[in-house]
Design a binder for this molecule. Structure first.
Ligand code: ADP
Ligand code: MG
Length: 367
């Protein structure tokens, strides 16, 4: 048969382009939540509460007690590449706050109904604004789209409703609401371990008792005990290591771009979990690195029976200039300068601690 003739090339509607782009950044409710948690932490919050309905697809609401957003900034808030965290290109490399490209809220506004309620300390009331496709929407047809005054506490509440209502392919790629909820809890749990001084609450809408609730001003070991249980907490080892010396808490030279420091909490050979729990934070962002994961798994393959797995929480701080977490929009799999050497140093520290621990046990048996 004859091949079909050429068809006219047409430009996609801008709203469709934006929706597709947004779907690349916001994959599912848990990825939206990760961005929102980072924003709340950037804003200096000490208390963060999340309410979820239908796995976050119907409703994902996050309330914090951070610095709030100025009313005058609300009209720009959900536009793409608007951010309070970056002004010049050279800032890109110096930035230590979490996200910085100003894409999260914009993306969310393209694939859901987004409402923001916010109050700064100097505001006399809170302001409420609704967004669609990157811009403010009027509360009623014919009205000017201005933020409306309302009652509220200092801080910010972000309300996301009907996620992916206009992007059916994204919606159909989601799992059931209980699996999406499990992913939300997983993200919350990991951020709660990493931010043990901040209080986190996560619950289903309409439910009295939260699934996750942590106190403020806890510490890392307590947080791991509370969130991952006693069987992990009682077998936990701890190391710190850095570019300057092993096992020191000495401050790292701020001006040295190759300076780094790392801290790890990990289980000893007595703990044999079914599935590896691996929490990796680089510069306070939850990220993935298959290289680091492989390196740690190979340590444990020597000391754990086949089929059993450890718990490992690892936090690495590097000069922001040497990390490219932000190269890919989803910012998950990271790479950084001197990656191999740093991973080796961290792995060695973990391995030594594990070896030292099993030696002291042998010693105990002998005496
Ligand atoms: P980015 O975090 O990359 O700057 P976002 O789209 O996530 O981009 O947020 C845009 C801006 O909105 C932030 O730079 C910040 O000024 C403000 N913002 C967002 N969430 C909060 C919050 N919870 N508290 C205070 N300000 C916020
Ligand atoms: Mg952000």
């Amino acid at each position: 048969p004859e091949p079909p003739g050429p068809r006219a090339i047409r430009r996609l509607h801008e709203s469709l382009i934006n929706r597709i782009a947004a779907g690349e950044i916001i994959h599912r409710p848990a990825s939206a939540l990760k961005e929102l948690l980072e924003n709340s932490l950037d804003a200096g919050s000490t208390s963060i509460q999340v309410i979820v309905k239908d796995g976050g697809m119907k409703l994902l609401q996050i309330q914090d007690n951070g610095c709030g957003i100025r009313k005058d900034d609300l009209s720009l808030l959900a536009e793409r590449f608007t951010t309070s965290k970056l002004t010049t290109f050279s800032d890109l490399s110096k930035l230590t706050t979490y996200g910085f490209r100003g894409e999260a809220l914009a993306s969310i506004s393209h694939v859901s109904h987004l409402t923001v309620i916010t109050k700064t300390k100097s505001d006399t009331c809170a302001w409420k604004a609704a967004y669609a496709d990157g811009v403010l929407v009027p509360s009623k047809a014919g009205y000017t789209p201005d933020p409306k005054p309302c009652a509220g506490n200092n801080g910010t509440t972000i309300i996301i409703e009907d996620m992916f209502y206009n992007t059916p392919t994204r919606l159909s790629a989601l799992r059931g609401s209980s699996e999406e909820y499990a992913r939300i809890l997983d993200v919350m749990t990991k951020y709660s371990v990493h931010n043990s001084k901040v209080s986190f609450v996560c619950k289903k809408s309409g439910s009295m008792s939260p699934e996750l609730s942590t106190p403020s001003c806890s510490d890392t070991s307590l947080a791991i005990r509370q969130l991952y249980g006693h069987s992990i907490a009682k077998e936990l080892l701890h190391v710190t290591t850095s570019s300057t010396s092993n096992d020191s808490t000495e401050a790292v030279d701020e001006d040295d771009p190759e300076a780094w420091s790392a801290e790890a909490y990990f289980t000893n050979a007595n703990y044999q979990g079914k599935k590896t729990a691996f929490l990796l934070f680089i510069n306070h962002r939850l990220v993935e690195s298959s290289r680091i994961k492989r390196s740690i798994e190979s340590i444990y393959s020597g000391i754990l029976p086949k089929g059993s797995s450890p718990f490992v929480y690892l936090s690495i701080n590097l000069d922001p200039r040497s990390v490219d977490v932000n190269v890919h929009p989803t910012k998950r799999e990271v790479h950084f300068l001197n990656e191999e050497a740093i991973i080796e140093r961290i792995s060695d520290a973990i391995q030594q601690k594990l070896a030292g621990q099993s030696q002291s046990r042998v010693f105990e048996y002998q005496t």
